[in-house]
Write a protein that binds this ligand. Sequence first.
Ligand code: TYM
Length: 328
Amino acid sequence: RPRVLSGIQPTADSFQIGNYVGAIRQWVELQSTHETFYSIVDLHAITVEHDPEVLRRRTRVAAAQLLALGIDPQRSTLFVQSQVPAHTQLSWVLECLTGFGEASRMTQFKDKSAKGGVDRSSVGLFTYPILQAADILAYQANLVPVGEDQRQHLELSRNLAQRFNSRFGRTLTVPEPYILKETAKIYDLTQPTAKMSKSAPAGSLDLLADLKVSTKKIRSAVTDTGRDIVFDPEGKPGVSNLLTLLSIFDGRPVGELVDGYAGRGYGDLKKDLAEAFAAFVEPVQAAVAEYLTDPAQLDLILAKGAERARAVADATVSTVYEKVGFLA
Ligand code: TYM
């Protein structure tokens, strides 16, 4: 079976629905065709200032959400990144193969460092994408399901794998991004040309938020001029985003939905989306709450995942260390 690896940061109290639609939904599906490794990337989460107790809580909440959304620990290796030292071990070798200029071109670093300024950003935030490459390459992953915002990081991972191979001989699998066009970028509800993000809570739909809050956010989502419900991401980004989301939660293709809205207004679309979203979220929230009643059991699932992950990733690090000339 071809291998899949992907990761998510435990940087908020809840995933936002872009995480699910853009990535986790694919993670769940790929479990039936691939050997799947899914990581809660806590090492990445400390590249910006954080509170230790909050991080610990969010890591468990992230695990509970992944399980509730359908990641099956029998079929997938679900683990916490910091419990697998191979990630940082491989990362150092890859850092030594990355050009300073090459790392400087990563747009996510530019965006994230823009606010406080580069001088105040951590070096970890700068080398973040190289650690991400290590996450992927340590598992010799063939496929990496992510949203559009990760495309550049995936390109770096591919380049680093190829560079390692051409310098030291064929060792690392060159991974392919798996980015579904229709759902690659879910937009902010208040600002439908910006990506929905954990760091912009006003326009995000959060998996664990009170449904009253989510319904209100959907009802007041920014729509576009005119009144026809058509799928036109360029001309009508707000309406198109709502249609994309409704299609996911309702299960019908966008084209069929659009036909059904002939002669009806934005209010109907929002009402339907709020209902479909609630129907999806309610059982997920119940399952998350259930998992969180037993943190010891969660920790055990993660410990078992880390053990399986270590076996695979350690083997890659051994080969890599041997190839670069370290003593066995
Ligand atoms: P993170 O934690 O920001 O997001 C997790 C996943 O959700 C996707 N995503 C979206 N997709 C569509 N529309 C949106 N609005 C949206 N917002 C988020 C992201 O693309 C991502 O797939 N650097 C990564 C974590 C990471 C990783 C890895 C991913 C670390 N190591 C190795 C893959 C492989 C990140 O910050 O994702």
